[in-house]
Ligand binder design. Structure first.
Ligand SMILES: NC(=O)c1ccc[n+]([C@@H]2O[C@H](COP(=O)([O-])OP(=O)(O)OC[C@H]3O[C@@H](n4cnc5c(N)ncnc54)[C@H](O)[C@@H]3O)[C@@H](O)[C@H]2O)c1
Ligand SMILES: [Fe+2]
Length: 383
């Protein structure tokens, strides 16, 4: 029974300019807001791509001074953020633009926090109440996603790891929302098939976990189901024969997943995060492999919701097991493994993985409580 005497908060605040060619509006937007000295945060790969050079040229041709910071890790760490903060100050910047996948956008967001917040970066960790220290102004922040996965472009958190332990910490504040997102599917056209598949399964995981998460939030649930539909119908095409339509649907589906997961995530993300900490596994790949197992764990108690997911996915049977079978088949269809042993996990890792998973921030919102024993069982099953 839903308790309607509780007051809840629902937020859908970000301005999103979505569509082929939207990136062309970036220089004019900066100018219109009196900004001319952005720090562009990206990753070392994206910094080499031709669209990145074009964005830079377009900005410079409007008299905008561009400083690029791209010295970041695949799973970003605190020292990346500190260096980015130094680059902002040294080059006297007035704004931050994050261009890239979740890694680049998360570092950009953490740099936005860093600029006027000098405490130790992890004092701002949301899990220890760090958002209370996010009291100062932050620089104007713009995001430009170039993968369709994390949806970090519309997020208010940055996932940054400790340099030594690689434990993932979460920096959170509504102040860290981008003022505007330029979501241009043309920037994702050349994403390689593996990255398309892995990031796309991350987006699917966000929508599924958000839909199932235990908070009462029908608006997010509506968005999540529509996100599942978009991804279910376009990811295979985006991997195998990418075109503007499949890339556009994926970019929206991923963005919607992140809008929806303000409702919460769940067991799959908690299974996945330790793989990145321990084995540097790509976030999306880690989610993809764990997704069918985690969803099977969640069926009991959420049968009605699984029925709706099955319906949205166009399955012939409307039950949880049909969804799980579809997810196994989906991974195979987009060329991803379905076993943890295929991504380097060994039996001797399981205890450490279970310790990390139980300490993770995602599973408290899972529809069903998850114990350390459950994590061990799920890893063993997926091995
Ligand atoms: N903030 C959040 O809410 C949130 C949510 C989920 C995950 N994350 C974080 O996001 C990160 C993962 O992000 P991701 O899945 O986008 O991967 P990513 O940012 O690591 O990018 C994957 C790869 O694709 C390359 N790439 C990016 N755009 C490209 C393009 N257009 N063409 C060709 N190559 C391109 C990158 O250089 C990189 O090698 C992790 O650090 C994870 O912790 C954050
Ligand atoms: Fe994710």
């Amino acid at each position: 029974m839903t308790d309607f005497s509780t007051i809840r908060q629902y937020n859908f605040p970000t301005v999103i300019r979505f569509g082929a060619g939207a990136i062309a509006e970036l220089p004019g937007h900066l100018r219109a807001n009196g900004l001319s000295r952005p720090l562009v945060v990206t990753d070392p790969m994206v910094a080499q791509l031709s669209f990145f050079h074009e964005i830079r040229r377009a900005l410079e041709s409007k008299g905008i001074s561009v400083e690029v910071f791209s010295d970041i890790h695949k799973n970003p760490v605190k020292s990346d953020v500190l260096k980015g903060g130094e680059a902002y100050a040294a080059a006297d910047r007035d704004s931050v633009i994050g261009i890239g996948g979740g890694a680049a956008m998360d570092v950009a967001r953490a740099v936005v926090l860093r600029v006027h917040h000098p405490r130790d970066l992890f004092d701002y960790d949301d899990l220890i109440g760090g958002d209370q220290y996010v009291t100062e102004e932050v620089p104007y922040f713009i995001t430009v996603p170039t993968t369709a996965g994390t949806g970090s472009e519309v997020g208010r958190s940055a996932i940054i790891s400790e340099d030594d332990t690689h434990r993932k910490r979460i920096l959170f504040s509504p102040k860290l929302l981008a003022k505007i997102v330029f979501a241009d599917p043309l920037l994702t056209m050349e994403l390689p098939p593996f990255v398309t598949a892995a990031t796309g399964m991350d987006a699917l995981t966000h929508n599924l976990e958000a839909y199932l998460a235990k908070m009462f939030h029908p608006m997010c649930e509506g968005i999540a189901l529509e996100g599942v539909d978009l991804i279910n119908g376009s990811l295979a095409q985006a991997v195998q024969r990418p075109d503007l339509e499949s890339r556009s649907r994926m970019l929206l589906g991923s963005l919607m997943g992140a809008v929806a997961f303000q409702k919460g995530l769940g067991v799959v993300h908690s299974l996945a995060h330790p793989l990145s900490s321990l084995l540097d596994t790509h976030h999306g790949l880690a989610n993809a492999v764990n997704l069918p197992y985690g969803m099977r764990f969640n069926i009991g108690g959420s049968e009605g919701k699984f029925g709706r997911i099955a319906q949205v996915m166009g399955l012939s049977r409307h039950d949880g097991e049909a969804v799980v079978e579809r997810l196994f088949a989906f991974n195979r269809e987009v060329g991803l493994p379905v076993r943890l042993r295929d991504i380097g996990v060994r039996e001797e890792h399981i205890d450490t993985l279970a310790d990390l998973a139980i300490a993770d921030f995602a599973h408290p919102n899972n529809p069903k409580p998850v114990s350390r024993e459950d994590f061990k069982k799920l890893y063993t099953e997926a091995l």
